[in-house]
Design a protein around this ligand. Structure first.
Ligand code: ZL4
Ligand code: CA
Ligand code: ZN
Length: 393
């Protein structure tokens, strides 16, 4: 494991804050900041820190958060306290301010610190990209794509991605945002809805009535008014349960390949939500670590400045596997790492099987029934291809 070398010709930076991982959403809440500790321990066990610039990120300041969020919302977020008696039943208090305090976005101790540390890591990553000190910057503690200007949503309070992209836009004419979390990247799409400087692309499970957040249909592509510069600059790839590596790879490579050709971004921001993996507690897809990682590999091959964000991921051992593999792809050592987990990995028993990629067998026993007919995938490619006719770099 000590043989992992620094990549030649480019720099990877790794941004995290161990204090962020100590926070708790509540015992049974699916979001476990502790998955970041598990991921890091695996990354370090493989010796990957020797191949990167490692930074302990600072917390973002109020002013930095206010680049996107309203001060009303931030002031409230900074002062609300958890209730003395935890209330975890839905709708006992229907008048939630800024959607805070329900079961999805509970109030917990240190909430404001947790949020500002997540945003701090993402912003540090963006700054390293802007100053060209990094070619690939990793912020696994970020990727909280549902947060709105003045509203918490879906386990997300502060939209670190939007804040990081706003920083990129100070130096980069066009930014491509790609979101492979199983949920629709609605907060990022909305924030850049009316600009042609950011193209947002989300791949997600889509079922308007039964799957959060219910937005992101194939023909939701930005403002309908052609005079709005954001028109056609939102791409949505709605998918159904059980999509496989092969299908996802075909869609991803075709769609992202064509977008890069047409839109000509000068930087890429990739949200790597690990809830699109098979066996995720909330997800519905059949992606393996290799298929998820192939999305990172494809972006890396574009040879553009790249930020990798975390995001969802509710089966911690699989989150750690995916983000470790993806860190190795960033470094370019994926072919050199031993798929057998290092003997000295902390929490080694968490992993159940002792390999990085559970090869032949699926990550979790039963693969889901694949409800994505090839014909529908062709329709999606066709729609996006037609949409891109309206996009000019
Ligand atoms: C839970 O067990 O679909 C929250 C949330 C808390 C603890 C005990 C409370 C029991 C699943 C989810 C009541 C839970 C009721 N606890 C949750 C419409 C909903 C209203 C809330 O990956 N109930 C809302 C949000 C999604 C809804 C997904 C993904 C984030 C990201 C980026 C956000 N909200 C129905 C659900 C549990 C819980 C168990 C839960 N919440 C599953 N899906 C949601 O894209 C980080
Ligand atoms: Ca997504
Ligand atoms: Zn998600």
């Amino acid at each position: 494991e000590a043989s992992i070398m620094r990549p030649k010709g480019y720099t990877v930076s790794f941004h995290c804050n161990p204090d962020m991982e100590k926070h708790h959403f509540g015992m049974t809440h699916p979001m476990k900041p502790w998955r970041l500790t598990l991921s890091k321990s695996l990354i370090y066990s493989y010796g990957m820190s020797f191949a990167m610039d490692n930074y302990v990120s600072r917390a973002a300041t109020y002013e930095e958060l206010a680049d996107f969020h309203s001060t009303d919302y931030l002031d409230f977020l900074g002062t609300v306290l958890p209730e003395p008696v935890p209330r975890d039943l839905e709708n006992q208090n229907p008048d939630l301010k800024f959607n805070l305090g329900g079961s999805d976005c509970p109030l917990f101790e240190g909430l404001y610190d947790y949020c500002s540390m997540s945003a701090g890591g993402a912003l540090d990553a963006a700054r390293k990209i802007c100053s060209k000190q990094s070619d690939i910057a990793i912020a696994w503690g970020g990727g909280l794509h549902h947060a709105k200007k003045a509203e918490a949503s879906g386990f997300c309070y502060i939209n670190d991605i939007v804040i990081a992209i706003l920083q990129l836009l100070r130096f980069h004419p066009r930014v491509l945002y790609i979101d492979i979390d199983v949920h629709h990247g609605d907060g990022v799409e909305e924030a850049f809805f009316s600009t042609d400087r950011v193209m947002t692309v989300s791949f997600h499970k889509y079922d308007p009535n039964n799957f959060f957040p219910g937005t992101g249909a194939l023909d939701d592509n930005g403002p309908k008014n052609e005079h709005n510069s954001g028109a056609h600059h939102a791409v949505n790839v709605p998918l159904q349960d059980g999509i496989t590596d092969e299908q996802y790879d075909m869609l991803y490579n075709t769609i992202i390949g064509r977008i890069v050709e047409k839109f000509r971004p000068s930087a890429i921001a990739l949200q790597c939500g690990a809830d699109s993996l098979a066996g995720d507690r909330l997800g519905r897809f059949n992606l393996q670590v290799q298929g998820h990682g192939a999305c990172v590999e494809f972006c890396k091959r574009m040879n553009l400045p790249l930020i990798l964000f975390g995001g969802g991921g509710y089966t911690p051992r699989n989150v750690a596997r995916a983000w470790t593999y993806e860190t190795s792809i960033a470094i370019g050592c994926q072919d050199k790492i031993n798929p057998i987990l290092p003997q000295h990995t902390p929490w080694r028993d968490q992993f159940r099987q002792d390999t990085l990629f559970p090869t032949l067998e699926q990550i979790l026993g039963e693969p889901r029934l694949n409800k994505n007919p090839p014909k529908r995938l062709q329709e999606i490619v066709q729609h996006v291809t037609e949409q891109l006719r309206f996009v000019q770099a």
